[in-house]
Design a protein around this ligand. Structure first.
Ligand SMILES: Nc1ncnc2c1ncn2[C@@H]1O[C@H](COP(=O)(O)OP(=O)(O)OP(=O)(O)O)[C@@H](O)[C@H]1O
Ligand SMILES: [Mg+2]
Length: 633
């Protein structure tokens, strides 16, 4: 039979132990395909760049900040105090020059002493309010980040298999790690600066015009060239940012793919080709980074130049006003100080622009993930199953396609009476695993219905569904923890005796007891300490303990050696009593224990009958049987 590969391809071997791509215990497809699912962010590079928030980002930000509304108001109050004390400086200087120093010259030192005291007080107030702002800000930031990380984790975990087969685990991980990190960095380092810069620019602009309309307008006229310069910088830096994101994504993909497939890379001598590709993408990234620094190197000196020209013009015009007596020298000093203080924050904002762009993109991506809805949602009002589920299964008029263009099941009808053991055979890609995924409701049919004891699977609660149907796939996923913990996953309330009994029933007790700590042996990450066959036996024990009405085995014995497979087959006879079973297998020895065999071809049932009937029929199955018998000779 074509698909009878018991030795996995190198790629698949590497998938089993790579860090990035945990596959679900119940997911057959994830095992086969996850190696490709490295952090391929390329399709996301098209994400809108710039700092404008899309509506879903705004919604997310709103829902994250809402619980902290009061603290945020306190922060605004602190920021106002901070700005007030900062902006008081030049006014105090003006008073000092205009009044306090002439008073001192006239022999009265008190005004100048007071001026110094007020100036100092403003300085201290500014320092204190800044410290307070940072502390309160850090508290809010941390609370928001914890909330965001938790939401992302909880939400991704709850999404359906369909989502996870498309949106690779590498991407989910980068949402949880680097994107949250980007936001955190901006919040921790930039937010305070950002808030005070924007506030400074606004307040100073108003102050200048109120202070003196003519000079104020001259100072503000400089905003025109600044606006042009800033638009140029924004456009340029958006384009570079886009390039640098594609380049870094390509670099990560190349790196992750090489490391995930390191066995295939080394087995097929792909190192030098990989090295060349990596060198190219890495070079692209470095070029983009260089260009972004060049743009900054034009922008900030440009800003400074405009600032200095403005300062000179204000000084000239101001000097004329002082001479004709309509402006005092202290006022001019204050004015010049304000103009200076308006340009510094502008420059700071330029430095933040890149961080702000990354943060906006990160927020957009996280909110996109959080707004994904499960494709197989739990019904709002589930139909309850009886305590004793019989396990009668029916597919009526089912059609199914992963994507609309290629139907996998064109039209499928099947009735499996309660308690029947049904074997499903057929060539690779015939749709056997798809059938299993529909029956365990990892997917919903495109049309038609799948029922358990007469109830549509879409009307069942998740608890009833998992009580009713359990699937064991070729790769059993073990979590870090003891063997006993891993078996108990089938039924968390099981006692130790029940766990051991389940292992014994399936024939796994013997090898488990030989492990260093028996049932308490830590299996390490992903069960790395056990062989593939041993992991599989633990998976069987887990499913047996779960005691489902319908048990699906999707090539579940493929990684076992002949004696273990025999043992499992033997055990299956007793395990399957009183339960419905769907056994997908390539080995005929497994199929022969079934009451009924289904042969599938391109999503259709082409033969259906007891093994004896089908062998006698001289059809497809009879051919397989003969080939199998011949191979034994
Ligand atoms: N997640 C998926 N997205 C898109 N197409 C898929 C997906 N999983 C399977 N397919 C396609 O559906 C068809 C049936 O696949 P399925 O996994 O059901 O085959 P199978 O009979 O289990 O094969 P095998 O014996 O190799 O396990 C195949 O053509 C496959 O390419
Ligand atoms: Mg399959």
């Amino acid at each position: 039979m074509s698909g009878q590969t018991t030795t996995p391809a190198p790629d698949q071997v590497s998938a089993a132990d790579d860090e990035w791509l945990p596959e679900s215990d119940f997911s057959a497809a994830a095992t086969d395909e996850s190696w490709r699912g490295v952090a391929t962010e390329d399709e996301e590079v098209s994400v809108e760049v710039g700092v404008k928030l899309q509506s879903r980002s705004r919604r997310l930000l709103g829902s994250l900040l809402r619980p902290h509304l009061r603290t945020l108001l306190v922060m605004v109050a602190i920021a106002v105090v901070e700005q007030g004390s900062y902006l008081a400086g030049p006014l105090v200087v003006a008073y000092g020059i205009n009044s306090a120093i002439p008073a001192l010259v006239a022999g009265n030192g008190a005004p100048l002493t007071w001026t110094a005291i007020v100036y100092l007080t403003a300085g201290v107030l500014n320092a204190l309010s800044r410290a307070a702002f940072t502390r309160v800000g850090a508290r809010v930031t941390q609370a928001v980040m914890v909330d965001l990380r938790e939401r992302t984790f909880r939400h991704s975990q709850s999404l359906s298999l369909e989502f996870h087969e498309k949106y690779t685990s590498g991407k989910v991980i980068s949402r949880l790690s680097s994107d949250v990190e980007t936001l955190q960095e901006l919040a921790a380092e930039g937010l305070e600066q950002l808030a005070s810069s924007v506030l400074s620019i606004l307040v100073i602009s108003v102050t200048l015009v109120v202070y003196d309309v003519e000079l104020g307008l001259i100072a503000l006229a400089a905003f025109l060239p600044i606006f042009v310069l800033t638009r140029w910088y924004q456009k340029r830096s958006q384009a570079i940012y886009r390039r640098s994101r594609s380049a870094i994504a390509a670099t990560i993909v190349q790196f992750a793919e090489t490391m995930n497939g390191i066995r295939a890379v080394q087995a097929f001598r792909r190192e030098s080709k990989n090295k060349a590709i990596f060198g190219r993408v890495n070079g692209d990234y470095s070029k983009a980074t260089g260009d972004s620094l060049v743009a900054l190197a034009i922008y900030t000196p440009g800003l400074r130049l405009v600032g200095n020209i403005t300062l000179a013009v204000v000084m000239l015009v101001g000097a004329g006003r002082v001479i004709d007596g309509s402006f005092q020298i202290g006022d001019l000093a204050a004015f010049l100080l304000y103009v200076r203080r308006m340009y510094d924050p502008l420059e700071e904002l330029a430095y933040f622009y890149n961080g702000l762009q990354s943060a906006t993109a990160a927020l957009e991506k996280i909110s996109g993930l959080l707004e994904e809805r499960p494709s197989v949602p739990e019904p709002a009002e589930p139909t309850a199953l009886a305590d004793e589920i019989d396990g009668a299964v029916r597919f009526s008029d089912v059609t199914f396609a992963y994507n609309p263009r290629t139907p996998v099941l064109p039209r499928f009808d099947l009735v499996v009476p309660a308690g029947q053991t049904l074997a499903v055979v057929g060539a690779t890609g015939a749709g056997k695993s798809t059938l299993a995924k529909l029956l365990s409701r990892f997917y919903d049919p495109t049309s038609g219905s799948v029922t358990l004891d007469g109830v549509d699977l879409t009307d069942l609660s998740t608890a009833d569904l998992r009580r009713g149907v359990v699937m064991v796939t070729q790769e059993s996923f073990l979590f870090a923890g003891t063997v006993a913990d891993n078996i108990a996953l089938g039924r968390p309330t099981a006692t130790r005796a029940e766990i051991e009994a389940a292992a014994d029933a399936i024939g796994a007790g013997e090898f488990i007891r030989l492990l260093p700590d028996g049932f308490d042996t830590d299996v390490r990450k992903r069960g790395g300490r056990l062989s593939a066959g041993q992991r599989q036996l633990v998976g069987f024990a887990r499913a047996f303990l779960a005691d489902p009405a319908v048990l699906i085995l999707d090539e579940a014995t493929a990684s076992l050696d002949i004696p273990s497979e025999r043992a499992v087959q033997h055990a299956l006879k007793s395990i399957l009593v009183g339960r419905t079973a769907v056994i997908i297998a390539h080995r005929l020895s497994t199929v022969l224990i079934a009451d009924r065999v289904l042969v599938m071809e391109a999503g259709r049932i082409v033969e259906d009958g007891s093994p004896e009937e089908l062998i006698a029929d001289d059809g497809h199955f009879a051919g397989l049987h003969t080939a199998w018998r011949d191979s034994l000779v």
